[in-house]
Design a protein around this ligand. Structure first.
Ligand code: ATP
Ligand code: MG
Length: 592
């Protein structure tokens, strides 16, 4: 979090747009030069009315004072016209540049977020990541579209005005310029102390966002527990913290401009007095005196803007630091280059060899776990809740990494695979089904974007989803809502299975969400599994044993260990855990 760090990184995003930066800077400087001309015009005008035929302009050949005034007016028109034109140019250029940099930074950051392993997401709150991708990146806009321009214009002012002053009277110039170093130094010091305060503001904003995101996505839970008041209090606490963090920053930041103004006052009064005295003594022309006084105005007041600029800078840096923290988080998942052909993948078993794994801060889940999923066969995985069934699948997808041992597929450890090749070889029906807020058709097509509508319908038929979809008023174009909330749990599962079927991957994994399905759904599920699994390596995690009774092999897991293993018949005969569960479940079924 070094001072120059985030800023320098931001500059790298500007680098490809060097041409635009140059052009925009040019426009800013030119605009400022035109903007500084009016005091000169005023000086010349005073010069004309006081000295008439002896004025500076007369020296250029325009003898008649009236002609001089007309010429001055025309010049004024031209100058103001140019000033406005260049203001428009720099406005367009800087603001669009800010948008572009923001856009590119957002894409880079999101791209980086998408490459992170699941452990990274486990450590963070979605709302906070959202705040970084949205708010924090948007904070940059104000600094980028104003800050650079302000700095350039203040510098231009100091240079131009300094030169004019030197030309008129170096003694007065000295007094006018004297406060500048003090102001600049003070600004730096002052704004530095704002830095930690703005960092706090951004952290508070992130926390509040995370809570809001949680509340909104869990609104039905909030309402069913009538916890609205409780949630309101939680939001109030965080919103208060955000306001308080801002207050602390404001307290310091608001005092800044008034303080600078006092410093300016000293310089301005000095010019007024000293210049006036020189003019009274006859050492300086009246016109020159007015130029001096107006110019001092022009020179010193913009310096109050410096405070604002540094303020924007500090805010932008507080946000950048958060963005860069994400961008700098190493992508922990290392991948190899192994990309086997489709046939090799579908004819190769998946071997978990002496695998150890545990979630951070938890007891080890697997310890020397060994299991082989035969190619082309269906393996049922059953076991009590928390036994490690889903975690097993996460190891196959590399959502989790073994701490010991290896997972082999095509005789290569998964780390040797190109991640894309690995994951596109697996079609997963997750335990927590995620659908996207588009149509059913598009949701199913998600697994293979180039699939035709006919392919989608065929996949849905295999998954036994077609019938229910066609009975909906909008059919295939039915919008499923965020997370699929406009469908029933069972319907969501059908759509997710259709999506996996369409993906047509060598390994199909079905992590069944619940045992609470009706007999008809259960039968439909069994039929689709039967159809999909033909000649394909299939893993079915089921809560109802009847779902997997026809599997080639059933593995019973308990606390990260295989406790039984065999066909349905052999396991029933064995009279162990499975047989007990079976009798309980069929007993239940018999009572219906
Ligand atoms: P269920 O039948 O309820 O789906 P499961 O067999 O799929 O259970 P897993 O999800 O694999 O169980 O969980 C195994 C253990 O790991 C549980 O004790 C769980 O609390 C823990 N666990 C799961 N996911 C995480 C995670 N992201 N971080 C930490 N612990 C986790
Ligand atoms: Mg599970």
């Amino acid at each position: 979090m070094s001072e120059g760090g985030p800023f320098r990184r931001l500059l790298t995003y500007m680098r490809p747009h060097r041409g635009t930066v140059r052009l925009a800077s040019f426009c800013s400087v030119v605009n400022k030069i035109w903007d500084l001309a009016p005091p000169l015009l005023i000086g010349l005008a005073v010069d004309v009315v006081v000295l008439k035929e002896e004025s500076t302009l007369a020296g250029l050949g325009l003898v008649d004072p009236w002609h001089q005034l007309v010429a001055l007016s025309m010049l004024t028109f031209a100058i103001w016209g140019f000033e406005s034109l260049f203001e428009y140019f720099y406005g367009v250029l800087w603001r669009n540049l800010a948008q572009t940099v923001q856009h590119e930074l957002r894409l880079d950051t999101f791209d980086h977020v998408q490459q992170q392993g699941m452990a990274w997401f486990d450590d963070r709150q979605k709302g906070d990541i959202l705040a970084i991708l949205n708010d924090d990146i948007n904070q940059l806009e104000r600094f980028l579209d104003k800050g650079a321009n302000d700095l350039l214009q203040v510098s231009t002012t100091v240079l131009v005005v300094g030169a004019v002053f030197l030309a008129i009277s170096w003694q007065v110039a000295l007094f006018a310029v004297l406060p500048i170093p003090i102001i600049v130094w003070g600004s730096f010091r002052y704004q530095r102390s704002l830095e930690p305060r703005y960092a706090k503001v951004r952290t508070a904003a992130g926390q509040m966002n995370a809570l809001l995101e949680n509340d909104l996505s869990g609104m039905s839970t909030v309402q069913s527990f009538t916890a609205e008041q409780h949630e309101l209090e939680r939001v109030r606490t965080l919103s208060d913290a955000y306001r308080e963090a801002n207050r602390e920053a404001i307290r310091l930041s608001a005092a800044f401009t008034p303080l600078i103004r006092m410093a300016i006052l000293v310089g301005f009064t000095a010019t007024l007095l000293l210049g006036g005295w020189l003019t009274l003594e006859g050492g300086m022309a009246v016109g020159a005196y007015s130029v001096l006084v107006f110019m001092t105005q022009r020179l010193l007041w913009p310096l109050t803007r410096l405070g604002e600029t540094f303020d924007l800078y500090q805010r932008a840096m507080a946000s950048s630091t958060r963005v860069l923290d994400v961008l700098d988080a190493p992508v922990e998942l290392q991948q190899g280059a192994f990309e086997p052909d489709a046939f090799a993948v579908s004819s190769s078993p998946i071997v978990l060899d002496d695998v150890s794994f545990g979630y951070a801060g938890r007891n080890a889940l697997f310890d020397g776990f060994t299991l082989t999923f035969e190619a082309g066969k269906t393996t049922g995985v059953v076991g009590s809740t928390g036994a490690g069934k889903t975690s097993l699948i996460r190891l196959l997808l590399r959502f989790a990494e073994p701490t010991g041992g290896r997972v082999l597929w095509c005789d290569e450890p998964l780390e040797a695979w190109r991640l894309r090749a690995l994951r596109s070889s697996i079609a997963l029906v997750d335990q927590h089904i995620t659908l996207f807020p588009t149509s059913i058709l598009e949701n199913i097509r998600y697994g293979r974007p180039d699939a035709s509508d006919e392919d989608v319908v065929r996949a849905a038929e295999i998954a036994e989803a077609a019938a229910f979809v066609e009975s909906l008023p909008s059919g295939w174009n039915t919008l499923v809502g965020e997370g699929g909330h406009r469908l029933s749990g069972g319907q969501r599962q059908r759509v997710a299975i259709a999506r996996a079927v369409l993906k047509d991957a060598p390994l199909l994994v079905l992590d069944e969400a619940t045992s609470a399905v009706d007999n008809e759904t259960e039968a439909a599920l069994q039929r689709s599994i039967g159809r999909i699994s033909k000649g394909r390596t299939t893993i079915v995690i089921a809560h109802r044993l009847s779902t997997v009774r026809h599997a080639d092999r059933i593995v019973v897991l308990d606390q990260g260990k295989v406790v039984e293993d065999g066909t349905h018949e052999s396991l029933v005969k064995k009279d162990g855990v499975y047989a007990k569960l079976w009798s309980v479940q069929t007993g239940e079924a018999g009572n219906r």
